[in-house]
Design a protein around this ligand. Structure first.
Ligand SMILES: CC(=O)SCCNC(=O)CCNC(=O)[C@H](O)C(C)(C)COP(=O)(O)OP(=O)(O)OC[C@H]1O[C@@H](n2cnc3c(N)ncnc32)[C@H](O)[C@@H]1OP(=O)(O)O
Ligand SMILES: O=CC(=O)O
Ligand SMILES: [Mg+2]
Length: 554
């Protein structure tokens, strides 16, 4: 670990000497978390791994330049030996053997208590897609994690309802999802530079909780988001190896599950498992970011434009191929193949509509367990009994790794084959509405919101704004790709998808939304409309919505 760390908090308060960590914001109770020793670990992680992170991000940009020039993703020639050799990942810890139902959600204390008490096998506490990373949210989330692991987490709601944890044996197993490699944590500067949000979230969680987890036969367990290739997985492996040494943990104590939620990563599932083989417990189908990544990666390929989001289900060719390849790959290597998230949530005030929503969730879980997944995700506690029932019926053991799926034969074309369908006016306007409402909520500190009874988070908002951009720029992109006399895309009623259509949707949105005081982030709606307008008109597709949005946070 690096030498002593100087801590400057706001007013240049210096607690030590040597390298400087500067905190640019304050939140209640942060002194208990950001102790000199914790900051020393964070500074050390930054100094060791920031150059490699930046190199990986540069490699992403270079790869995208090639895709924009017409190249298509493919399996790597230089890693063929890894794919062809027989090897398996390290054995799984007992706590991660049966993961049939996992609940996910933001990290505020009430959600954390509800999720841990929910009866799900596991809980993924999410610092990424469903958390808006205000400094207050991050500090409160890390405090909630520490108190949850200590068994002391309590919450008193505004309505007077008290929340407390069930006994440890009845709680879901905790996994934490740190933010992805692309995000900075601007409130922590090391040597004057913002540190990686991934290293901040994961490093701080491990620092405060590894010792308390060990006597319970647990460790810091992580879900790793938005990886694009094996080198990014190897970087995580190096980080965790170093954290284990720094904290005196046995090597391999930190376990990970990797979300396969980018198109490039789907071509490197074996390689990612291999890079993390001493600590990986499984892969997960992060379907929403995967759809976003398909659009983003193939943005300049006019023959691979997707229809509106509602028509892109898991039975679409490229999604079916990816989930089946994930199951086959995981089971060959001794890892769990986790399913993903249906977006429907319970509809409290309309029993008939609720039945339809639950039927869609049931069909999704049935598809997953029948295909060979070892577990699934739910967004809401009320969906746990349904998911459990479907998995219990078809998966009598703790998992189904014995289902080898040798019948699956997925090649490059299968992973790239687009869904067929249309863009309706409702689909176009729906993308505008979801993006604006989600962005407004996010800017106001809310990371996950129900909109028209669907769970909307950063990944689904990314689909909405990336689709809008790709549809609107289609004619220009097609011309650049060599198509003679390309036309704009059209809605199914014949209306051209052009900027006047977007302008009309944006101008009409406030009236459609009604009383914005009733909406999460209602006061930020105009700002969100302005952002979507700019992002949609820009000649280049912004990599992540949350990067420009983060500049406006705090
Ligand atoms: C693409 C991806 O990355 S998916 C993973 C990221 N997304 C998620 O994790 C989604 C998590 N889900 C949620 O945040 C919520 O379910 C929402 C925002 C969609 C809906 O939440 P609400 O509007 O509060 O739903 P609702 O009012 O029906 O909740 C009823 C109760 O269940 C609780 N609840 C709802 N979802 C969850 C959850 N995921 N975890 C724990 N508790 C939950 C609520 O806190 C509430 O508790 P209370 O009765 O004690 O007040
Ligand atoms: O993180 C999950 C996803 O679907 O995206
Ligand atoms: Mg995701």
């Amino acid at each position: 670990m690096s030498s002593a760390v100087a801590l400057k908090q706001d007013s240049d308060q210096t607690l030590g000497s040597g390298e400087a960590v500067q905190l640019t914001a304050t939140a209640p109770g942060q002194q208990d978390l950001l102790t000199p020793a914790a900051l020393e670990l964070l500074a050390d992680l930054h100094q060791r791994f920031e150059p490699a992170r930046q190199a990986r991000l540069a490699a992403r940009r270079q790869r995208q330049v090639r895709f924009d020039a017409g190249e298509l993703p493919d399996f790597r020639a230089d890693t063929r030996a890894i794919r062809e050799a027989d090897w398996t990942v390290a054995s799984l810890p007992a706590a991660l053997l049966d993961r049939r139902v996992e609940i996910t959600g933001p990290v505020d204390p009430k959600m954390v208590i509800n999720a841990l008490n929910s009866g799900a096998n596991c809980f993924m506490a999410d610092f990424e897609d469903s958390t808006s990373p205000t400094w207050a949210n991050l500090i409160a989330g890390q405090q909630a994690m520490r108190a949850a692991v200590a068994g002391t987490l309590e919450h008193l709601a505004g309505n007077g309802k008290r929340y407390a944890l069930k006994p440890f044996a009845e709680q879901a197993v905790l996994l934490v999802r740190p933010r992805g490699w692309h995000l900075d944590e601007k409130h922590v500067l090391v040597d004057g530079q913002p540190m990686s949000a991934s290293l901040f979230d994961a490093g701080l969680f491990a620092f405060h909780n590894a010792a308390a987890l060990a006597p319970k036969d647990r460790g810091p367990y992580f879900y790793l988001p938005k990886l694009e290739c094996m080198e990014e997985a190897a970087l995580w492996n190096d980080v965790f190896g170093h954290v284990e040494r720094a904290l005196g943990l046995p090597i391999g104590q930190i376990k990970v599950t990797v979300l396969i939620e980018t198109l490039p990563a789907a071509f490197e599932m074996d390689e990612i498992l291999h890079a993390l083989r001493g600590r990986i417990a499984g892969l997960n189908c992060g379907r929403w970011d995967y759809i976003f990544s398909y659009i983003k990666t193939l943005r300049a390929h006019p023959d691979r434009v997707l229809p509106e989001r509602g028509q892109v289900g898991m039975t679409a060719p490229f999604l079916r191929a990816y989930s089946e390849l994930l199951i086959q790959t995981c089971h060959r290597r001794g890892a769990h193949a986790m399913g993903g998230m249906a977006a429907q949530i319970p509809i409290n005030n309309d029993p008939a509509a609720n039945d339809v929503a639950l039927a869609k969730v049931r069909a999704d879980k049935l598809r997953e367990v029948t295909a060979g997944h070892d577990g699934t995700w739910v967004a809401h506690p009320a969906l746990i009994p349904l998911a459990r029932e479907v998995f219990d019926e078809r998966m009598p053991g703790p998992h189904q790794q014995h289902v080898a799926r040798t019948d699956v034969c997925v090649g490059r074309d299968d992973l790239l084959k687009p869904a067929v369908g249309t863009v309706t006016r409702a689909g176009f306007d729906g993308n505008v509405e979801v993006c604006v409402r989600y962005l407004a909520a996010w800017l106001d500190g809310g990371g996950c919101v129900p909109i028209h009874w669907l769970m909307e988070d950063a990944a689904t908002a990314e689909i909405a704004r990336a689709q809008l951009w790709q549809w609107l720029h289609h004619e220009r992109l097609a011309r650049a790709a060599g198509h003679a006399d390309p036309e704009p895309l059209h809605l199914d009623d014949g209306t051209p998808i052009d900027f006047p259509l977007l302008d009309r949707a944006l101008i009409g949105l406030p009236a459609r939304l009604g009383d914005r005081r009733m909406l999460p982030g209602g006061s930020r709606i105009n700002e969100a409309i302005g952002m979507l307008d700019r992002l949609s008109h820009a000649d280049t597709l912004e990599d992540f919505l949350t990067i420009p949005a983060y500049r406006r946070l705090d």
